[in-house]
Design a protein around this ligand. Structure first.
Ligand SMILES: *[C@@H]1O[C@H](CO)[C@@H](O)[C@H](O)[C@H]1NC(C)=O
Ligand SMILES: *[C@@H]1O[C@H](CO)[C@@H](O)[C@H](O)[C@H]1NC(C)=O
Ligand SMILES: *[C@@H]1O[C@H](CO)[C@@H](O)[C@H](O)[C@H]1NC(C)=O
Length: 294
């Protein structure tokens, strides 16, 4: 399938006041992040603003925030590995733990590389207490390897929204009943990494990573957080404070403009939705019946 080109005009209409609160991080990489592994595969531009993660046959690389956050707006601009990147996965995610512990909460963006000229797919997933399996896959309406685009998460006690350049591509709602699907208790670190996943990522593992094309490099800039740092004194991280725009009524559901964008995404870009995969889930999981439109 080719890139979707008929981007509707309303994508150009952005909300003004709602979004102005996010502020870029000041200070150096070291103030807010640490390298998780393979320091020699991590480079920054001379001014320190752009970060490059590289993958070769030896290893990939990753970084994480030093702080944990509970609720907020998390955003970063990413330019993905270009050319033939089949098998390569660039991940950008939040997780309550440093490892893949059995009780972790997690919010994932994964970018699955492809053969040259073939569209990239983004996969999103949500874990609660170690249970994931909630994948959705979308195509993008642009080539994410040509330029930086922003990928963001809005997270409060009412909804979790995945944004690509301010277009909501996935809405994952809490329900008003106690449930086992909405991650809202555990603070999370933010991570990014690049790794080889040619056992599954591209056409179910049929397309293997071509190491002659290595190193594969993904680049990052403009990380911004407007959220609640877990260390902040109580009750800053409680979802009922009135100080934070991301916790206010307007951020509990999509705006009218966002609903239009989201409807367009639903019609044109969804490649896979676990809620509709009846082979895998003969009875759709509970969260699939919570309407994203409410
Ligand atoms: C980044 O680190 C600085 C220095 O430790 C700190 O003041 C700031 O709050 C941190 N930013 C975030 C978003 O955690
Ligand atoms: C989380 O999962 C573990 C098993 O991995 C289980 O023992 C525990 O009860 C679960 N906690 C909640 C709050 O559901
Ligand atoms: C790669 O390109 C093929 C052919 O267009 C497409 O079917 C597939 O969804 C793309 N993405 C991945 C991750 O395989």
């Amino acid at each position: 399938m080719a890139f979707v080109t008929n981007v509707p005009v309303f994508l150009a209409m952005f909300l003004a006041s709602f979004w102005t609160a996010a502020s870029e991080l000041k200070g150096s990489f070291d103030d807010n992040f640490s390298i998780m592994w393979a320091e020699d595969h991590f480079k920054t531009s001379e001014d320190g603003r752009i970060w490059h993660l590289s993958l070769d046959k030896e290893t990939g690389c990753g970084f994480q925030t030093k702080q944990r956050y509970r609720f907020g707006w998390f955003s970063m601009k990413v330019k993905l590995v270009g050319g033939d990147s089949a098998g390569v996965v660039t991940a950008y995610y939040m997780c309550s733990e440093n490892g893949a512990g059995p009780e972790r909460d997690e919010i994932d963006f994964e970018f699955l590389g492809n053969r040259s000229g073939q569209p990239y797919t983004i996969q999103t997933n949500v874990y609660k207490n170690g249970t994931g399996g909630r994948e959705m896959r979308h195509q993008l309406w642009f080539d994410p390897t040509e330029d930086y685009h922003s990928y963001s998460v809005l997270w409060n006690n009412h909804q979790l929204v995945f944004f690509v350049d301010r277009v909501p591509v996935r809405v994952y709602k809490n329900s008003d009943k106690a449930n086992h699907f909405f991650p809202n208790e555990k603070p999370m670190y933010l991570f990014s990494s690049i790794w080889n996943a040619d056992d599954w990522a591209t056409r179910g593992g049929l397309d293997k990573t071509d190491w002659k094309k290595a190193p594969f490099v993904s680049s990052y800039k403009d990380f911004s957080v407007d959220g609640c740092r877990w260390e902040d004194t109580y009750p800053a991280c409680v979802s009922t404070t009135t100080e934070n725009w991301w916790d206010q009524y307007d951020a509990w559901h999509l705006s009218e403009t966002q609903k239009k964008d989201y409807a367009w995404v639903e019609r044109n870009l969804v490649v896979y939705d676990y809620c509709k995969d009846s082979d895998r889930y003969p009875t759709p999981p509970a969260e699939c019946s919570v309407s994203p439109w409410s």
